[in-house]
Design a protein around this ligand. Structure first.
Ligand code: SF4
Ligand code: SF4
Length: 402
């Protein structure tokens, strides 16, 4: 374990932090930090943090961790993974260091922003951060004009189990993407079903905000639910769910083949392509952190956009592994006011300005956080009428009808 200058000087927060670090194998990697500063220089919110990552680790070594834990730093990370991807010493800043700090604060009940507490309580009580009743999770099925099997009512064997996730299932705007995907899967003749009221949040953002107990509870519940159904593979609407099912659930023995919906559709592109009519748009694409930088999938979304006839595709200056985060990951969706107080500008606002500079009239996304945050940002920065935010599945659905 990393030693601080004076173990006796540890306050209760620091002790809780070190207990967590000691419990994870990656904790040892903190020793490998060479203080190069690449993490701090790369962090899109480092300028607003009282202790950006390099300074944070230096403070930990100097035995002044209690100040760090009481600063704004633990709640400003949006888990964009840039620091971790670039760190030459493979220090687990995103998955280990920040969640451990947050877990210490949650356990001691110190300084936890209210909006985050609400999302966590909602997840615990209702199985989703929005606080919506599970009985309404599949209401969107009534609003779509193709048949969708709700496996909670009709538990038959299917080829594809589609985990819709929380914002897409409940949020009035994000629901449009779900309906578009249902229509496209139906057009492809896919044999798919959803879990309906039996689905619960996959919980990746709850893990990253340090609520490891809640995450483990969700893994156990979801694992038991998945075990009761027969299917060949899972597809997900949300890259955060993709990340959790691919990288975290297997650590607990819940191990199923999973694809993000763009990967699934890209694998069926030769059947999809003849269905697509022309769309006359100039489109740029925002890589979601948890599909791209965290999991290395950059091609599937681009293949889908570029398969639409009539589309001119343009890249933003920062793209692929260098793409700027929307600010909604790692609990950022539930820490928006807190981050704004210190940063004075949302990352989503910076990002839509970057998108507009390409000359594109459409900013394509494939993550529900991106859709909701960028649509708001377009209004805030005055780009309405110039830039429209659409999920890739909405573009595919539009082209299919066109
Ligand atoms: S990038 Fe890695 S090695 Fe460099 S200061 Fe940050 S944590 Fe340390
Ligand atoms: S994950 Fe992103 S936001 Fe968090 S510390 Fe690293 S670079 Fe900063």
């Amino acid at each position: 374990m990393v030693q601080t200058a004076s173990r006796e000087a540890r306050g209760p927060l620091t002790q809780a932090f070190f207990d967590r670090i000691a419990a994870v194998a990656e904790g040892e990697k903190l020793k490998a930090c060479i203080q190069c500063g690449i993490c701090s220089g790369s962090c899109p919110l480092g300028f607003a943090m009282q202790y950006p990552p390099r300074r944070l680790i230096a403070s930990l070594r100097a035995g002044v961790m209690e100040q760090v834990l009481q600063s704004n730093t633990p709640w400003l990370c949006v888990a964009c993974y840039t620091c971790t991807a670039r760190c030459p010493s493979a220090v687990g800043i995103t998955d280990m260091l920040f969640p451990a700090m947050r877990e210490a604060l949650l356990m001691q009940g110190v300084g936890v922003p209210g909006e985050l507490q609400t999302a966590l309580e909602n997840t615990f009580r209702h199985g989703n951060p929005l606080g919506e009743p599970p009985s309404k999770r599949a209401d969107w099925i009534q609003e779509v004009d193709v048949p969708v099997t709700d496996l909670s009512a009709d538990p038959r064997e299917v080829d594809i189990l589609w985990l819709v996730e929380c914002y897409p299932a409940y949020h009035v705007r994000a629901k449009e993407t779900v309906k578009a995907l249902a229509r496209t899967l139906h057009a492809l003749g896919a044999d798919f079903g959803v879990l309906g009221q039996e689905e619960r949040c996959v919980g990746d953002s709850q893990r990253l905000v340090g609520e490891n107990g809640l995450f483990e509870m969700l893994v156990e519940e979801n694992g038991k639910t998945l075990d009761r159904f027969q299917f060949r593979q899972i597809i997900v609407t949300d890259p955060h769910a993709y990340n959790a099912l691919k990288n975290e659930y297997p650590k607990y023995g819940v191990n199923y083949p999973v694809q993000h919906y763009t990967q699934y559709l890209a694998s069926r592109l030769e059947e999809l392509r003849p269905m697509l009519g022309e769309l006359n748009h100039t489109i740029t694409f925002h890589d979601p952190c948890y599909l791209g930088r965290r999991n290395g999938e950059y091609e599937a979304p681009r293949q889908l956009i570029q398969a639409i006839p009539g589309v001119t595709f343009v890249e933003m200056e920062r793209n692929r592994e260098n793409g700027l985060c929307c600010g909604g990951g790692g609990g950022g969706m539930w820490l928006d006011s807190f981050a704004y107080e210190y940063a004075k500008e949302r990352l989503s606002e910076k990002r839509v300005r970057e998108a507009a500079r390409t000359g594109a009239d459409v900013m394509a996304v494939c993550c529900p956080n991106d859709l909701l945050r960028f649509e708001d940002a377009v209004k805030v920065v005055g780009l309405e009428g110039k830039l429209v935010v659409k999920d890739i599945i909405e573009l595919i659905d539009e082209a299919r009808k066109g």
